[in-house]
Ligand binder design. Structure first.
Ligand SMILES: NC(=O)c1ccc[n+]([C@@H]2O[C@H](COP(=O)([O-])OP(=O)(O)OC[C@H]3O[C@@H](n4cnc5c(N)ncnc54)[C@H](O)[C@@H]3O)[C@@H](O)[C@H]2O)c1
Length: 413
């Protein structure tokens, strides 16, 4: 199918609605226009009168060239500005698997609607960096690698509406966490707020998904995470091979990377302990079989198996073994993560830069996410890569988990 030749327009009127002022979206809209060498004129602005009321903006934007205007509109779309031209989205048919037309629309992680037949349709399976495919009377966010010849996809920037998440007021309480290592008092506040988010998810029947790195075991946090799983606070665990390896090592041998968890001392020849743990799981056949055979009697994965909490161990280039349960095909591992994240209400990312950012890429922006890491750059990175909803807590993950477990053990007054 050939692309329709449309004479570039140098002006456009766009509209946005939402918490434009307190979410700092308004200033981003103005900055974006200037960034594309454009000019703006506010035609109408209605400020929300209460903290719940949305504000409404109607803006005339101009750019020196049609190309810059198109790129500006693309950037403004991500901030919730929709051109008021009333046109449907443009669809084009894919002619080869995995190959989209050059001007395909690439999604953000925000709720997105597509206009077709004059009606707005909400995109299903929203995630960032996806392509919108029309299938079964609905638009779907789909990865490039899943495109098939014959798929009808959205191209260009017309007939698309993006609704950015507005900043929540309780988020401010977390803001100080991203600026450095938090004081004990601040960590306690973050723990209390995370516990409240877990309780809220539980009360509303939402899934809490934990994403964890091996540092959870190295810092002695495995006991607390196991306790949280036992309490029913975790509905799925997403991790890499290392978490499984070191959890099994800690549970079966009492060390983590050869360091005794009881007194923090390096065990003689302890460097082989994680390999011994992998070997023991191989003898059993899998983690679940190791539990059934009574070889694995405690720990994070033990609690997952005994409490029917699904876990996914994704492979990486760094892996030893890997454990028989580790998914070494990266596309399959991503898909297994996505399946659990699709129904998540709250995601807790604990001490893994790789897995936290990977999960951020798969989540829509309305899923609450807490990221705990000793390095402030991790929460910042997650946010910079589009997971703006992530609340950063800069602290030791072992201590955080211990406090969280304690907080969730307390009876609510
Ligand atoms: N033996 C193995 O098989 C093996 C060993 C290590 C890693 N891996 C694999 O490599 C990949 C990357 O591993 P990763 O996720 O651990 O690495 P990563 O570098 O992505 O993340 C580690 C994170 O832990 C944080 N951290 C360090 N100490 C902390 C503390 N006390 N409290 C809170 N945060 C702390 C760091 O700042 C960092 O962000 C994973 O897939 C993992 O399974 C495999």
């Amino acid at each position: 199918m050939t692309k329709k030749h449309v004479k570039p327009s140098l002006q456009e009127i766009v509209e946005a609605e939402g918490h434009l002022i307190d979410s700092h979206i308004m200033e981003q809209i103005f900055d974006t226009v200037v960034e594309y060498h454009g000019r703006f004129e506010v035609e109408h602005f209605h400020i929300g009168k209460t903290n719940a009321d949305p504000s409404r903006l109607r803006l005339r934007v101009e750019a020196p060239t049609g190309d810059e205007l198109e790129r500006m509109i693309g950037a403004l779309l991500g901030l919730g500005c929709t051109p008021v031209d009333g046109s449907d989205a443009e669809f084009r048919v894919v002619d080869r698997d995995r190959c989209a037309p050059e001007d395909f629309y690439s999604t953000t992680n925000h709720r997105t609607l597509v206009r077709r037949g004059g009606e707005w349709h909400v995109v299903e399976n929203q995630r960032m960096d996806a392509i919108i495919v029309w299938a079964g009377d609905k638009p779907w966010a789909r990865r490039l690698r899943d495109l098939k010849a014959g798929d009808e996809i959205v191209v260009g920037m017309r007939g698309i509406r993006v609704i950015p998440e507005s900043k929540e007021r309780d988020r401010l309480a977390f803001a100080f966490m991203s600026n450095g290592i938090s004081s004990e008092r601040q960590v306690e506040t973050a723990v209390r707020q995370t516990a409240a988010l877990v309780r809220h998810a539980q009360e509303n029947g939402q899934k809490v998904v934990v994403v964890a790195g091996p540092v959870v075991v190295h810092t002695g946090g495995a006991k607390s995470l196991a306790s949280l799983i036992r309490k029913g606070c975790v509905q799925a665990l997403l991790a890499g091979n290392a978490l499984g390896v070191h959890d099994a090592e800690a549970a079966m041998i009492g060390t983590s990377l050869g360091v005794r968890l009881s007194d923090g001392r390096q065990e003689e020849h302890g460097h082989r302990n994680h390999m011994r743990a992998i070997n023991l799981i191989y003898h059993a056949g899998s983690v679940a079989q190791a539990v059934q055979q009574g070889r694995l009697k405690k720990g994070i994965l033990y609690e997952c198996v005994t409490h029917n909490v699904p876990f996914v161990l994704a492979g990486s280039l760094r892996d030893d073994g890997p454990l028989p349960d580790t998914i070494t095909d990266m596309n399959d591992a991503q898909e297994a993560y996505v399946q659990h994240l699709r129904t998540a209400g709250l995601v807790l990312c604990l001490g893994s830069m790789l897995h936290s950012i990977a999960v951020g890429n798969m989540l829509p922006s309305w899923v609450k996410t807490v990221c705990v890491d000793i390095n402030p750059a991790v929460a910042t990175k997650l946010s910079d890569r589009g997971t703006g909803q992530a609340l950063g807590v800069v602290t030791d993950v072992g201590m955080f988990l211990e406090l969280l477990d304690k907080s969730l053990s307390e009876v609510k007054s």
